[in-house]
Ligand binder design. Structure first.
Ligand code: ADP
Ligand code: MG
Length: 267
């Protein structure tokens, strides 16, 4: 068949299928230490954690308890010293560097406290970036990025560079970017750490809505009870271990704070 006979690709299709994994996370006896000045600094000391259903979940713990370290291992940004990390059906601890890169780009979403947008690109181009790196057709990228920006209330901001956007808008662009390939699992590390309280509250309910609409598992690291109350379950991390789980049903932010303080005392 000559090139002239090739079926034109519909712009609504990416080259590869969207993320195919399951909305699930499993950690078994996960250990991680950092080497610092010739000494091992333990960060995780046997984390067990299991989430089998889509929804909005939180990890809470005081500063230095290992929250970011755990998120880095879950998102294939680093490797555990010991233990199993299975995310969206993939054994993340065993991925090669190349497969870890593809896993991060295609199978999961990651959102950080710093929005990590490219300052010279527009909102739309920032959302498309992971697809540009993968060589996706521009027609698909345009349709998908505009769909996501519209969903996140940013259609009018598509042509703006990050400097012309508020903090809340920048974080929503980062969320749109993380959703480009329809991941089943989304990680967020203190996503509202740089935002004021009313913008933060809107972002938490947005994440809860997205988890429900997309049947996605959203796992957010936070130290704010007001954030965690939006989540259905909180995993409390204490000295590198998950020491308790709090079901938030029927609790307000004060109730979450008191259950959290209680669990930190008894850990
Ligand atoms: P959290 O996000 O809960 O504040 P982290 O996961 O960042 O905690 O850190 C857990 C522990 O590991 C802390 O004792 C921290 O000092 C240490 N740590 C984190 N990153 C590094 C690093 N790159 N080098 C050395 N120690 C680190
Ligand atoms: Mg942290």
């Amino acid at each position: 068949m000559s090139d002239g006979d090739a079926e034109p690709r519909t712009p609504a299709e990416p080259t590869l299928a969207p993320a195919s994994g399951t909305p699930s996370i499993n950690c078994v006896n996960v250990h991680k230490a950092y080497r610092l000045a010739g000494r091992d600094v333990p960060a995780l000391r046997g984390v067990d954690l299991s989430i089998e259903r889509p929804g909005f979940y939180a990890i809470m713990g005081h500063s230095g308890s290992g929250k970011s370290t755990l998120l880095h291992l879950l998102a294939a940004l680093d490797k555990p010293d010991q233990g199993e990390v299975v995310v969206a059906g993939k054994a993340v601890h065993a991925l090669s560097e190349h497969d870890a890169t593809l896993f991060r780009r295609r199978e999961i979403g990651i959102v950080f406290q710093q929005f990590n947008l490219i300052p010279t690109l527009t909102a739309k181009e920032n959302v498309e970036l992971p697809g540009m790196l993968g060589g996706e057709p521009q027609a698909w990228l345009t349709a998908r990025s505009m769909e996501l920006l519209g969903r996140l209330g940013l259609a009018e901001r598509a042509g703006h560079r990050p400097e012309a956007l508020s903090g809340g808008e920048q974080q929503r662009v980062a969320i749109a970017r993380s959703l480009l390939f329809s991941p089943k699992v989304l990680f967020a590390d203190e996503p509202t750490g740089n935002l004021d309280s009313s913008t933060s509250a809107k972002l938490w309910s947005l994440l809860a809505d997205l988890a429900r609409e997309q049947a996605m598992l959203v796992l957010m690291v936070t130290h704010e009870p007001a954030a965690a109350v939006n989540c259905e379950k909180i995993f409390v991390l204490h000295d590198g271990r998950v020491t308790s789980e709090i079901l938030t049903e029927g609790l307000d932010a004060a109730g979450v704070a008191s259950r959290y303080q209680q669990s930190a005392r008894t850990a």
